[in-house]
Design a protein around this ligand. Structure first.
Ligand code: GDP
Length: 454
């Protein structure tokens, strides 16, 4: 594989900027641009050793003092020879170091290239690689812990347990199919069904935990909906803990979507302060309303807001109908004002209702508790294996469908070779999840979502 390089630190001025070079020519490329203080060469270092020196620009002039760190294959992040230049973290200087390295023969590393190489060289599996992005983008301690546990193999271990059961079932089936007359112990379909049921239960547990896990890892896409002036922006600010979106008492002024993240206990809400959901003649406001509808359609969680101080209106009814199918908390807001709302209608239509005054910061706790209850994140244990994205969930659902089919077939006396094919399909789905059988297209798609330098 070619030798690649990229800036691995953030693209903002900082104390240190790191340019990482990985590949079989990493040392020779680095050597062309690096001059050590003590005259030693990088190629003479053992892994995990460093040299102080300077980097030369493309025209041969020394321009920054750097520490060069050496990692030797396979003991590096990518599993290849790696040199990292730790330079002064100014943007110009870091880019200049990269320019020198590229002109010395390295190719620019595409997004996610280092982690992709780590995967291809067997340093991490696909689930672990995917968790790297979640670690980088985590908003809360729980999210970082859960993503770190995935990187450390909590999910891979669970999947390999499940696949172990399936593989041994498949092996018994195959032996019986191939040598039915030999002295292979009579295959007990009861035993097989029992084992397959164990695998099925484990997969169901993983899938059932997905929604809560998703709310912790990556965050849940949340829409705040309600007629104009019910207090959506005020609630958003209450959740964010600071003044963010414009709060005004003129109806319909929250015209565009403001996206923020709020950490509620273990959960991260990806919030949009959506414009009042009502038909409007104002062109600008119309755009806001359309965006709000789109956001709501794709939201996995909804905070539906009603105004305690105004009677239940047609617009409120529209909101009730709009969010019926969604995971939802109904918020009766402005409870500090005299009641004019028929609360019964709300209570009847929503399984979770909370009464607050968004203007009162103490009510944040009431709201947070309701949110955590509905998202089931209050007792989330980040050390337990979690699926961290829709791709992984999809693989598990496919595997579960195959296992359920295999069990049904065994119980209905379908031939064992047909059952074995079905079990093998379930195994393949789990191997796609861990990356052992993922196609190049899937792998490329996953790593293209990474940032450059990771
Ligand atoms: P939105 O149009 O739904 O985003 O509503 P806003 O958050 O802009 O709030 C509309 C008005 O209601 C503002 O004047 C807020 O200060 C006020 N408001 C919001 N929540 C409460 C509350 O709990 N009690 C009272 N009394 N006023 C509130």
């Amino acid at each position: 594989m070619s030798t690649v390089a990229a800036i691995s630190t953030g693209l903002a001025p900082g104390g240190i900027g790191i340019v990482r070079i990985s590949g079989e020519d990493a040392f020779s490329v680095a050597e062309k641009v690096f001059v050590s203080k003590n005259g030693k060469l990088l190629k003479d270092l053992r892994g995990y050793q460093a040299l102080l020196g300077a980097v030369k620009s493309e025209d041969g002039e020394l321009f920054d003092e750097v520490v060069a760190l050496v990692y030797r294959a396979p003991k590096s992040y990518t599993g290849e020879d790696v040199v990292e230049f730790n330079c002064h973290g100014g943007l110009f200087v870091t880019r200049q170091v990269l320019r020198s390295v590229l002109s010395a023969g390295a190719a620019p590393a595409p997004a996610g290239e280092f982690t992709k190489r780590a995967f291809l060289n067997g340093k991490i599996d696909l689930a672990g690689a995917e968790s790297v992005m979640n670690i980088i983008s985590s908003h809360s301690e729980q999210e970082a812990k859960a993503a770190f546990n995935t990187l450390e193999g909590a999910l891979s271990k669970k999947l390999s347990e499940i696949n172990g059961i399936l593989i041994s079932s498949s092996a018994s089936l195959a032996a019986w199919v191939d040598y039915p007359d030999d002295e292979i112990e009579e295959l007990s379909s009861g035993e097989l069904v029992k084992n397959l049921n164990t695998a099925k239960k484990e997969l169901e547990q993983l899938i059932n935990r997905f929604d809560a896990g998703k709310a912790v890892i990556g965050g849940v896409r949340t829409a705040i909906v309600g007629k104009p002036n019910v207090g959506k922006s005020t609630i958003m600010n209450l959740l964010l803990g600071e003044e963010r979106s414009i709060v005004t008492s003129v109806e319909g002024t929250t015209r565009d979507i403001v996206e923020e993240t709020a950490v509620i206990g273990a959960a991260t809400l990806r919030l949009a302060d959506t414009a009042g959901l009502r038909s409007s003649d104002d062109e600008v406001e119309k755009i806001g309303v359309d965006k709000a509808k789109k956001w709501l359609e794709s939201a996995d969680f909804v905070l539906a807001v009603f105004d305690n101080s105004r009677p239940f209106a047609n617009e409120d009814e529209d909101i009730v109908n709009l969010v019926k199918e969604k995971k939802c908390v109904a918020i009766i807001n402005k409870c500090d004002l005299p009641t004019a709302l028929n609360k019964e209608i709300i209570i009847q239509n929503f399984s979770d209702t909370v009464e607050i005054s968004a203007k009162n910061p103490d009510d944040r706790k009431l709201l947070s508790d309701s949110i955590e209850k509905v998202l089931e994140t209050a007792d989330f244990d980040p050390s337990v294996a979690s699926l961290i994205n829709a791709r992984q969930k999809n693989c598990c659902e496919n595997a579960l469908r195959e296992i359920t089919q295999a069990i049904e077939d065994l119980e209905n006396g379908v031939t064992l070779d047909a059952v074995n094919v079905t079990v093998d399909c379930a195994i393949d789905e789990l191997l796609v999840l861990t990356g052992e059988k993922a196609s190049d297209a899937v792998i490329n798609e996953i790593f293209s979502r990474f940032c450059v330098g990771k």
